[in-house]
Design a protein around this ligand. Structure first.
Ligand code: PLP
Length: 456
């Protein structure tokens, strides 16, 4: 053991001397943070020297400070290859935007005519740019877009029902992710929630409860189903009750499906149909099945939309220029019958034959690299809390590996990161949610990761 020797401690450099040689670190992390990090590593070195360790040189201390800062620097958002088959994957950023929407965001990112009418030189309205497209897509009389669907609901309740009763079925007191719980949203908006019916059965007459009703609210149970002995009045039946009471019917459809659709999403409520069925206001998300940026969309009666638009909260919940640009471009695709250029739709409706061909190419490439994979019957999911009992059947690649958990971690930390699905210890790769242009990157990364894993 080396004895404590104050002479050795004195050989540790001062912070100023280290800073003088830290130009690269300062350029990346700033002078203040670099000085803090250097103090931390020199403190650590002092402890180590006191315990008999060697005195580190300046280069070592600078490298330690750089590593310290790197480890604490929150990484930026990184693009990820989503091979899970879950189309609207909340943890992976929900909807991948259409190329047109991405380009529109870049275009709008400098100065733009957000609230400026170029021909007249007068002040323009940011909302006016979206409303005609939203109305055209759904047949609504009026429409308005805010930050997200939760915000749309808060705004509508605060505007129409502050301090008054809102009637809602006990079967629809939904939670969507930890932070969207209907009773909490109601409370935050200042509306008084009047629960009616039971968990499994609610009838039209139940909605006659409440002395000071301001609205009837119905919500699509987008992420769960109640099955068995169940009853819930249809939207048209509720519209009759609401009209009888003289209050608006508000319908939160959730997913952002604008027009009714066939196929796997046949049962998903559409905004256009909800309006035809008599809902006075229909709310939905802009980034689930609509496939646009995060947004909350409100459609329906002009008088109701107008009071919501004028509420002070509308200003707090408004969209910025980037999302207006992306939403505009996405809606433009719907308006020109080019829904298939919205990635969410391309993925939800991807045909089996195309998926099979792509999967076969990937499996062949893997085999060439000495990796075994087979194609099985699998299923993707719409995701994002839309249609929880709806599978999107299609071919899926199953990888034959010994250490599934290790492989999944390796793939997640690859460049670019790849997220796959694991089921019963099997690793599943679903090309439904992969851009075809990424297939080759994906198969190369899979081959490298599995070879590195020593699996096969
Ligand atoms: C997803 C969802 C919401 C919340 O949407 P956000 O845009 O995430 O706020 C609200 N209501 C229903 C029925 C939903 O499915």
């Amino acid at each position: 053991m080396t004895m404590h020797d104050p002479q050795r401690l004195r050989r540790l450099p001062g912070i100023d001397r280290l800073l003088a040689g830290a130009a690269d670190v300062i350029a990346r992390h700033g002078r203040h943070a670099t000085a803090d990090a250097l103090r931390a590593v020199v403190d650590e070195a002092r402890t180590s020297v006191l315990a008999g360790g060697a005195v580190p040189d300046d280069t070592t201390l600078l490298a330690a400070a750089a590593a310290y800062l790197e480890a604490r620097r929150p990484p930026p958002l990184r693009p990820v290859i989503n091979a899970t088959g879950v189309v609207v994957h909340t943890n992976l950023g929900r909807a991948p935007l259409a190329l047109q929407a991405r380009a529109a965001m870049v275009e709008a990112s400098g100065y733009c005519d957000l609230e400026f009418d170029l021909p007249s030189g007068q002040r323009g309205s940011r909302a006016a740019r979206l409303e005609p497209l939203l109305c055209a897509a759904t047949g609504a009389e009026a429409a308005f877009a805010v930050n997200n669907a939760a915000a749309a609901l808060v705004l509508v309740l605060a505007t129409l029902a502050h301090g008054r009763d809102v009637i809602v079925s006990r079967g629809e007191l939904i939670e969507i992710g930890g932070s969207f719980r209907l009773p909490d949203i109601m409370a935050a908006s200042g509306a008084r929630m009047v629960e009616v019916g039971t968990t499994n059965r609610t009838h039209g007459d139940d909605y006659l409860a409440g002395d000071d009703a301001a609205a009837i609210l119905t919500l699509h149970p987008s992420n769960y189903r109640i099955v068995g002995f169940v009853a819930q009045p249809s939207v048209s039946e509720l519209a009759v009750v609401a009209a009888k009471r003289g209050v608006p019917l508000i319908y939160d459809t959730g997913s952002g499906l604008l027009q009714p659709t066939g196929g796997a999403l046949k049962g998903e409520p559409a905004v256009a149909q909800a309006l035809r069925d008599g809902a006075d206001l229909v709310l939905c998300s802009g980034d689930k099945l609509l496939g646009g940026p995060q947004a909350g969309l409100m459609f329906g009666r002009r008088d109701l939309i107008e009071v919501c638009r004028r509420h002070p909260l509308a200003r707090a919940l408004r969209l910025d220029k980037l999302r207006i640009a992306a939403l505009h471009a996405t809606l433009q695709l719907y308006a020109s019958d080019r829904r298939d250029e919205v990635p969410v739709w391309r993925m939800v409706t991807a045909d089996t034959r195309g998926l099979l061909e792509r999967s076969q190419r990937v499996v062949t490439a893997l085999r060439t690299a000495g990796v075994a994979g087979e194609i099985i019957e699998g299923a993707g999911l719409p995701g994002g809390g839309a249609a929880p009992d709806t599978a999107l059947p299609g071919p899926v690649i199953q990888l034959v590996v010994e250490h599934a958990a290790e492989l999944v971690t390796t793939l997640r930390t690859a460049a670019p990161p790849i997220v796959v699905r694991v089921a019963d210890g099997r690793v599943l790769v679903d090309l439904r949610t992969v851009e075809p242009a990424d297939d080759e990157v994906l198969s190369d990364a899979l081959a490298a990761a599995i070879a590195g894993d020593g699996g096969h």
